[in-house]
Design a protein around this ligand. Structure first.
Ligand SMILES: Cc1cc2nc3c(=O)[nH]c(=O)nc-3n(C[C@H](O)[C@H](O)[C@H](O)COP(=O)(O)O)c2cc1C
Length: 393
């Protein structure tokens, strides 16, 4: 979602400057074009060279720069950006932005900028909690400016409280909705993901190699596009942005209950979880020991079919999208599943994708089969969301 986006990072003079280097790397890794503006104070902590080396671009520090301002550099930088991230946002910068003070390059750019802004404060907790800072934060929020953090924890000064710079991943999660078209606003989506655990005895399980990575990417992207997302997650599924209502479950039974409850009145259900088709007929409450039994016969019972239940008349959200993990004849099996379960589309893929960072597959609807070549799972998730948006038109 960041591919080709122009992100301007405004770097203030706080001890957390060094952590912004990681944010810059992550943005670039996710396809963004990044340029940096540092305040004079920021340059006291880390030299511009670090950010020049990371971005491959000149780092701007001075307003009265003869070469830069020959072309009105401060205006050009503001026009170039799709969004501005101020990190670390010092108490000083927050105050200047609240009052529209433009006495250096960064604050002057901010007076020109009319693109989305994300402020990422980092400071001592007393500085953050001071009535001056709090009043200025309220002023900026009132103008619709978004904040990420500060997070609570141990601070550079050794004290503890709110003041830590948000993690780079969190900053990007907050940034995505600001630069994404809100074309799913007003829709309620339910997505399940991950493996399920079926207990056999007090320690052993029946599960799969699924990780829930693709499902959590789908949830994050849908949420960034404005959907109200409920995410029903099996064990070990990656973390999801705070904007997502997450329900953690273990067994297929719990996943069914969670999905059924959430899907009532929803616009769309995506069944990406690798739900165990079977559970143990009898649960052994203690740990079975070697030597307790010579030969063991295990009896399994079929689990309820979550997709078929939710796609059935009376329960059905407007659209239902299923996943099919197959080890052979992928398209043929998936087409049968599409008809049998009465879903709108299936993403068929190979069981070998489980546990891997990339995937490939086929997007199958009643009148379309499209092959999707191997891509990182975030990119596959973007493609699937695009396909769903087409389906909804
Ligand atoms: C060692 C040191 C660490 C500092 N850390 C912070 C900080 O984390 N957050 C903050 O708001 N100010 C911090 N300051 C104060 C700012 O550097 C100071 O307010 C400066 O004027 C900010 O300039 P700027 O907002 O233009 O970058 C620190 C100062 C020093 C000397």
């Amino acid at each position: 979602m960041l591919t080709g986006k122009h992100i301007l990072i405004g770097i203030g003079g706080g001890i957390a400057v060094y952590r912004v280097a990681e944010l810059v790397r992550l943005l670039i890794r996710q396809g963004a074009e990044v340029r940096c503006v540092m305040t004079r104070s920021a340059c006291e902590f880390v030299t511009p060279l670090t950010f020049e080396a990371l971005t491959g671009e000149e780092v701007h520090t001075e307003l009265f720069d003869l070469a830069g301002e020959r072309t009105m550099g401060h205006i050009q930088l503001a026009r170039w950006a799709d969004a501005v991230v101020i990190a670390p946002a010092t108490a000083n910068l927050i105050t200047k932005l609240a009052y529209g003070i433009a006495d250096d390059l960064l604050t002057t750019i901010m007076q020109v900028n009319d693109n989305p802004v994300l402020i990422v404060p980092a400071m001592n907790h007393s500085m953050w909690n001071s009535s001056a800072t709090q009043e200025n934060v309220e002023k900026l929020k009132f103008r619709g400016i978004c904040f990420s953090g500060p997070e609570h924890g141990e601070l550079a000064c050794g004290e503890e409280g709110p003041g830590r710079l948000s993690e780079p991943e969190t900053i990007i999660e907050r940034l995505l909705p600001l630069i994404s078209e809100q074309n799913l606003a007003g829709q309620r989506w339910v997505i399940n993901a991950g493996p399920t655990w079926e207990s056999w005895d007090s320690v052993r399980l029946l599960t799969s190699r699924a990780t829930g990575t693709l499902g959590s990417c789908l949830a994050a992207i849908a949420s960034a596009h404005g959907a109200d997302v409920t995410f029903v997650a099996g064990p070990g599924t990656p973390e999801t942005p705070d904007s997502i209502h997450r329900i953690n479950v273990e067994s297929a039974g719990e996943m069914l209950t969670g999905c059924r409850e959430a899907a009532k009145g929803a616009d769309l259900f995506i069944a990406s979880a690798a739900v165990s088709d079977f559970r143990f007929s009898k649960l052994i409450t203690e740990k079975l020991k070697r030597g307790d039994i010579e030969q063991l016969q295990i009896e399994l019972t079929a689990n309820p079919d979550i997709v078929a239940t939710i796609a059935s008349p009376g329960e059905r959200p407007r659209h239902v999208i299923a996943f099919a993990a197959e080890s052979s004849n992928h398209v043929e099996h998936a087409r049968k599943k599409l008809d049998r379960k009465g879903v709108d589309a299936i993403f068929a893929n190979d069981t070998g994708n489980m546990g891997s960072a990339s995937a490939s597959g086929w997007w199958i609807t009643p009148d379309q089969i499209e092959q999707i070549d191997p891509l990182p799972k975030e990119k596959i998730a973007e493609k699937i969301i695009e396909k769903i948006m087409e389906l909804q038109q």
